[in-house]
Each structure stands twice: as structure tokens, then as C-alpha cells.
Design a protein around this ligand. Structure first.
Ligand SMILES: [Zn+2]
Ligand SMILES: [Zn+2]
Length: 386
């Protein structure tokens, strides 16, 4: 499901008049109508999307709500917005494909499937005559340490919640529900565009067939009001940038008995000063003295769990990579831990005291022309150039 804007679907600008929008809709509806495109799934899909977009935008209240929540319904934490009320497209940017990509790359290393699979099921339209609430997205940035150990975070955001005054019904307490005059209670209306007739969900009552006699004064008949809310979310160890968590039922409230939407938490892991993540492994580069590289010894290496010691054998060339088993990131599915890879960079002294210089000059003198194996083989090959 790609990012889709209702206005874009209809091919109009945001400030378009109702009349112009109707025209644009007619044109699209005729273009994609199933009768004109028999067996064409894409056209059928477009027809549904366009109809749904028009259904929302042709209703002044719904259009206002769409304009208002279409982007940035959350304070902080990045952009968020509702998906279409019937599971269609809307301000929910960033398709699910991104998630799959991220986990696809990790392949056998871990990540594919597992606990996140269930996220992609379900969704869908209103049940029981009501409208399901929109799904929401919250972008959350965490540190590498938090991603390694898991963390609980409190997030706060704004969303449409059931109105307390009318208990979500949209009707002013004491008032009755009356049959919708637009569809005469059918919930659907027939539209005719020249030779074509088709039915669509009634835009006045949203398919319920009834509407309230007197709209609730607190929510103006919507049944919901936008409120700030807080939620504790548990981030499991092993997540990576692009991981999504679904918090079921914590999206926007449904209307007229519809189910609430879901909240998707999309994670990004901050860059770390020392470690670079490579799947489940962590990579770092550590400078060592040329004397240590030559003579061998032990160094302290930072890990996500404090210090570890690493034995450097004598005669270690610069660029050698050592592996610290199970000091990397945990697998999202559990049971496995990546490694930490340490590449040593042999440092050349940048300034020498006169004593150091004397000793090194002496070292050079006693070494004479004796060369190490790598230079020997190099100069063998390079002979013809000299
Ligand atoms: Zn209300
Ligand atoms: Zn109706």
C-alpha cells in the first residue's frame, strides 16, 4: 500500500470547490469503472480508492477532519496521520514494504518473520455498520544500547478518542437517532453517470443508514474528540532501524461501534560513537601502539556490556580483525547473539622525544636490510621497476 493522498487520487488541488471535485470524481469513476474495464484488477482497485476518496472529501465534516489529521496528528515523534477510515490509503506514509526490506536483508542472520509477522494481517473495513478508527504511526528514535537490551518508553501523542459526553455515539444525550434522509436508511446510494450506474456507501451516514437527530455538542456528532494521550511501549531487544511494532487497538477510536485502529511504532536507531552495526554483529576500530602490535600484549576493548580484554598476538599487522564471540546484538527472535568485530589500526607515533628517536634509529641500524615477509614479496615483484 503506497502513500496516497485523497486529493491526488482525484487529481485535484487541496482548495478545490465541491463542484470541481465532483467533476473530477465523475471523470475518474468513469475511467476506472469495472463495467468499462472488465477483468482489470488495477482499474477495480483504483475505482474503489477513488470512490472512497470522494466519499470522504465530499462530506464537509469528513473533509475538514481529513485536512486536519492528514499530517502530523502527533506532537513530536514525527508525522502521523490516519489511514482512510475504511482501511484505505491516507496520511499513513511509508509503506509496509520498508519493513520487509529491512528484515529481508538480514536473511538467515535473524529477523525475518517472527513476532512481527502478525502486524501485516487484518486491517480492513468497518464492521457492525460502524467505521474502524484509523491506524496511527509514531516514529521513535532509540540508542544502540536500548536496541541491544530492550527498553520501555513512554510516548505521548494526540489522537481521536471516544467522546465522553455522548459515549462515542455522536448523539446529544437524550436525542434520538433518525433514518438518514440521503439514503433513506439503506446505507448505500445509487449514482448515475450517463450510461453507468453504480452504488456507493452513503456519504451522509457513512453506511449506517441512520444519523443523529441532534449532534453532540462536545464532538459535533463525530463521536470522537482529539485528545492527548500517553502510552508505555515495550521495545524488545534486537530491533533495528525500520523495525515496526504494532500496538493493537491503540490507534484512533472507531465510530458508531467500529473497532479502534492500531498504533504502529516505527523505530530508528541512533548512530553510535564507537560501534557500527552490521546485522547482528557490531564493528569497531581500535588504535594500538606499533610496539604492542610488534611485541604482542592485551588491550581493553569497549563492548555494549562494559570492558572486555583482547589478546593481541605478537607481529599483528595493522587492519587485523578480531572476533569477540557473542558480544554483538541479540537476535530479535532470541536465542542467538551476534559477535563484536574489532579491527586494530597500528598507530605511527606523531612526534618523538630525542630519546625515542635515538632508540628507533638504533633499531633501524641493527635491522639493516632485513625485510618482513610482506615487503620481501612486494620488492620481489617490484624489482623490474627499479
Ligand atoms: Zn460527543
Ligand atoms: Zn445515509
Amino acid at each position: 500500500m503506497a502513500k496516497e493522498d485523497y486529493y491526488e487520487l482525484l487529481g485535484v488541488q487541496k482548495g478545490v470547490t465541491a463542484e470541481e471535485m465532483k467533476k473530477a470524481y465523475r471523470k475518474k469513476a468513469v475511467q476506472f469503472h469495472p463495467d468499462k474495464n472488465p477483468g482489470n484488477k488495477e482499474a477495480e482497485e483504483m475505482f474503489k480508492k477513488v470512490s472512497h476518496a470522494y466519499e470522504v472529501l465530499s462530506d464537509p465534516d469528513k473533509r475538514a477532519a481529513y485536512d486536519r489529521y492528514g499530517a502530523g496528528a502527533f506532537e513530536g515523534g514525527g508525522g502521523a496521520g490516519p489511514r482512510g477510515p475504511a482501511g484505505g490509503a491516507g496520511g499513513f506514509h511509508d509503506p509496509f514494504d520498508i519493513f520487509r526490506e529491512v528484515f529481508g536483508q538480514q536473511g538467515g542472520g535473524g529477523g525475518g518473520g517472527g513476532i512481527f509477522d502478525e502486524m501485516f494481517g487484518g486491517g480492513g473495513g468497518g464492521r457492525d455498520g460502524g467505521r474502524d478508527g484509523a491506524d496511527l504511526r509514531y516514529d521513535l528514535e532509540i540508542t544502540l544500547e536500548e536496541a541491544a537490551k530492550g527498553v520501555e518508553k513512554e510516548i505521548s501523542f494526540r489522537k481521536a478518542m471516544a467522546c465522553e459526553r455522548c459515549d462515542g455515539s455522536g448523539a446529544e444525550p437524550g436525542s434520538k437517532k433518525i433514518t438518514c434522509s440521503t439514503c433513506r436508511g439503506a446505507g448505500q446510494i445509487r449514482r448515475s453517470g450517463g450510461i453507468i450506474t453504480f452504488t456507493q456507501t452513503c456519504p451522509t451516514c457513512g453506511g449506517a443508514g441512520v444519523k443523529v437527530e441532534k449532534p453532540c455538542t462536545a464532538c459535533r456528532g463525530d463521536g470522537r474528540v482529539a485528545k492527548n494521550t500517553k502510552l508505555n511501549v515495550r521495545i524488545p531487544p534486537g530491533v533495528d532501524t525500520g523495525s515496526r511494532l504494532r500496538s493493537s487497538g491503540n490507534g484512533e477510536a472507531g465510530q458508531a461501534g467500529g473497532n479502534p485502529g492500531d498504533l504502529y511504532i516505527v523505530l530508528s536507531v541512533k548512530e553510535h560513537e564507537i560501534f557500527e552495526r552490521q546485522g547482528e554483529d557490531l564493528f569497531c576500530e581500535i588504535p594500538i601502539k606499533f610496539t604492542l602490535a610488534t611485541l604482542g600484549g592485551t588491550i581493553d576493548v569497549p563492548t555494549l556490556n562494559g570492558k572486555a580484554s583482547l589478546k593481541i598476538p605478537a607481529a599483528t599487522p595493522s587492519g587485523t580483525t578480531f572476533r569477540l564471540r557473542s558480544k554483538g546484538m541479540p537476535s530479535l527472535r532470541g536465542g542467538h547473539q551476534g559477535d563484536q568485530l574489532v579491527r586494530v589500526q597500528v598507530e605511527v607515533p606523531q612526534s618523538l622525544t630525542s630519546e625515542q628517536r635515538k632508540i628507533l634509529e638504533e633499531f633501524a641500524r641493527v635491522s639493516g636490510d632485513a625485510a618482513e615477509p610482506t615487503s620481501r614479496s612486494f620488492f620481489e615483484k617490484a624489482k623490474k621497476f627499479f
